[in-house]
Design a protein around this ligand. Structure first.
Ligand SMILES: Nc1ncnc2c1ncn2[C@@H]1O[C@H](COP(=O)(O)OP(=O)(O)OP(=O)(O)O)[C@@H](O)[C@H]1O
Length: 255
């Protein structure tokens, strides 16, 4: 289980996370939703030790992140929100780098790497620099790297962005299978249909505050007949946008 207690993060004058407390159980797919800038990536980056929270604590399987940082990092596979990293390395060099950080010998990773590379159709690009890849190919490279060490906890920040329908489908199946084994899958998304399809539980953030934490089923039951998009927009969205959209249609910017 992962537990956030009174997590706060400020960047200068910006309060990205105000007082976040929540628990993420094992064996579930847990989704973070929220508008741009709501604090999703800040939460995930705190969990994977990319940033230091201003206050509050994080525990993973009863271990304090502050005290057991390295041991916890080795349990986690992370897909960042941007795949534009290590552009000079080839895909294979990047996977080598990650495998050595996770202390996985080359021989024991080969079988798993081949399966992942074939699944994501990257066979012809293993020795090509990441900088020559399309956005989706970079995303696949990062996903393969994150899953290569077979970590217990997957932390995926908008992982479907840029993936083709086949890769998105395969990743969703992998996420379901991982959670079904009793492991943990945490991801953020703006695609509410994907969240509705995949998530057992959700956290919805607005301006750094938690406005919902609970099961998707419970949330859908609050407004029978509505889908997650409609309910989410009622909770986190703005009223009046339809009027603005209507009035934009009437504008003539050339006058
Ligand atoms: N490195 C940074 N320096 C300054 N402010 C930052 C930094 N990173 C994030 N922020 C601010 O923190 C707030 C939360 O950002 P965060 O990236 O966590 O949002 P998000 O929910 O992941 O958004 P998005 O959906 O756009 O990816 C925003 O106001 C953002 O401007």
């Amino acid at each position: 289980m992962i537990q956030f207690d009174h997590l706060r993060k400020t960047y200068g004058n910006t309060e990205a996370l105000k007082d976040l407390s929540l628990k993420i159980p094992d064996g579930e797919i847990f989704g973070f939703l929220g508008h741009n800038g709501a604090g999703k990536s800040t939460t995930l980056k705190s969990l994977v030790s990319i940033i230091e929270p201003t206050a509050g604590t994080i525990q993973v399987d009863g271990l304090s992140l502050e005290e057991q940082r390295l041991a916890i990092k080795r349990k986690i596979g992370y897909v960042p929100d941007s795949p534009d990293i290590f552009l000079e390395l080839t895909a294979n060099d990047y996977w080598d780098l990650l495998s050595s950080a996770y202390q996985i010998p080359k021989e024991s990773r080969e079988q798993r790497q081949t399966k992942l590379v074939n699944l994501f159709d990257m066979q012809d690009h293993v020795d090509q620099p990441i900088g020559e890849f399309s956005h989706g190919m970079r995303q696949k490279t990062i996903i393969i790297g994150a899953l290569l060490p077979d970590p217990d906890i997957w932390v995926l920040d908008e992982p479907m962005t840029g993936l083709d329908p086949q890769a998105a489908y395969d990743l969703k199946q992998l996420m379901k299978a991982h959670a079904a084994k009793g492991k943990t899958v945490i991801f953020s998304t703006h695609v509410l249909a994907t969240a509705q399809e995949l998530c057992d539980e959700l956290a919805i953030l607005r301006h750094g505050e938690l406005i919902y934490n609970g099961s998707v089923k419970q949330l859908l039951a609050t407004v029978p007949g509505d889908n997650l998009e409609t309910i989410y927009l009622k909770m986190a969205g703005r009223s009046g946008d339809d009027q603005v959209i209507g009035s934009l249609e009437g504008d003539d910017p050339h006058v």
